[in-house]
Design a protein around this ligand. Structure first.
Ligand SMILES: NC(=O)C1=CN([C@@H]2O[C@H](COP(=O)(O)OP(=O)(O)OC[C@H]3O[C@@H](n4cnc5c(N)ncnc54)[C@H](O)[C@@H]3O)[C@@H](O)[C@H]2O)C=CC1
Ligand SMILES: O=C(O)[C@@H](O)C(=O)[C@H](O)[C@@H](O)CO
Length: 289
């Protein structure tokens, strides 16, 4: 079924999401508070760019926001969408958020119709990584979750619906647990960021492209993993907030690929080169069947 989809926010994620959905045959409109970003994303996706939210959502069946990860920005944008669609043919439109971590009930608070909301959490780069987490809010009907899963699978994505909301959903909770321990090991002086990265790219990462944690535990033996987790769990880092080595860099403006330096120097084409290599890796994995 072809949808009419308004993508609101045409940055790193929104531009890729627009490409994915347009490539799947849907009518895609793009809006961004930066008209040049909307125009560029629309051209790249073969979509139309719009200079107002109202114009972008007029007649839309799905609205997908990829605005900055700030609750107040997302809430204000969602309110503008609901005001624009009220009483129109788009009144039944689904409003999907690409938020990385904000719980759906926080986004739904204050909505005219919270049943419109669902989370569709794409991964960076959106037009390369297959995974999209679909997270219901407290008032989201199952039919909306099912419709979003069907849309995403029809676009060639791997949609993982969550049974209930949880902060950070699945993948970012798993990433955050790993990143917390990675930074803890650097702060302990056990290894450098480059060495920690090498343990993932030369060991864990290739395995994880083929088998997730439960399959890996099954392959390794649950007796062994019982002993290992009994021994290691009590020693893991327990930071409950961003550690200094992360927060201080962010506060200094050392943001990573965005600024040329983060934990390590990053080339200007680091993101593009990563996308190229990831695309090739995923193609090789798909060839394995
Ligand atoms: N960057 C990443 O790796 C990932 C980000 N996300 C999530 O996707 C969302 C967008 O993130 P990015 O694309 O990285 O951010 P970004 O900063 O690259 O893009 C955000 C875009 O939204 C525009 N914008 C700002 N206020 C707006 C408004 N009121 N209405 C419409 N557009 C507005 C900005 O001009 C910008 O082009 C966030 O919720 C983020 O957490 C999800 C997965 C991965
Ligand atoms: O890794 C991803 O693409 C997603 O899990 C995200 O949401 C991003 O990592 C985001 O949390 C930070 O860029």
């Amino acid at each position: 079924m072809q949808e009419i989809i308004a993508v609101l926010g045409a940055g790193v994620m929104g531009a890729g999401i627009a490409r994915v959905l347009a490539r799947a045959g849907h009518e895609v409109r793009v809006f961004d508070v930066r008209p040049e970003a909307a125009a560029s994303a629309a051209e790249s996706a073969g979509a139309s760019d719009h200079d107002t939210v109202a114009s972008a959502v007029a007649g839309a069946t799905i609205v997908l926001e990829a605005a900055p990860e700030r609750l107040e920005v997302k809430r204000e944008l969602i309110a503008r969408v609901e005001a624009a669609i009220e009483g129109t043919s788009s009144a039944d439109a689904v409003i999907a958020s690409n938020t990385s971590s904000i719980a759906p009930d926080a986004l739904a608070t204050g909505m005219r119709d919270p049943s419109r909301l669902v989370i569709a959490h794409f991964f960076n780069p959106a037009d390369t990584v297959p995974l999209v987490e679909v997270v219901p809010g407290p008032a989201t009907p199952q039919a909306t979750v099912d419709r979003m899963v069907a849309l995403l699978e029809g676009a060639g994505k791997t949609a993982v619906p969550l049974a209930q909301q949880v902060e950070g959903f699945i993948a970012n909770r798993l990433q955050a647990a790993l990143y917390r321990e990675a930074m803890h090991l650097v702060e302990l002086g056990v290894a450098s960021p480059a060495q920690i990265d090498a343990t993932v790219t030369a060991g864990l990462g290739p395995r994880w492209a083929l088998a997730g944690p439960f399959e890996i535990m099954d392959l390794g033996g649950l007796d062994v993993w019982t002993s290992v987790t009994d021994g290691i769990f009590p020693t893991l880092g327990d930071a409950s907030a961003a550690p200094g080595m992360l927060r201080e860099r962010a506060e200094r403006g050392e943001l990573g690929a965005k600024t040329g330096v983060g934990f390590l120097p990053r080339d200007a084409d680091a993101a593009a080169e990563f996308r190229r290599r990831l695309t090739a890796l995923l193609a090789a994995r798909d060839d394995l069947g």
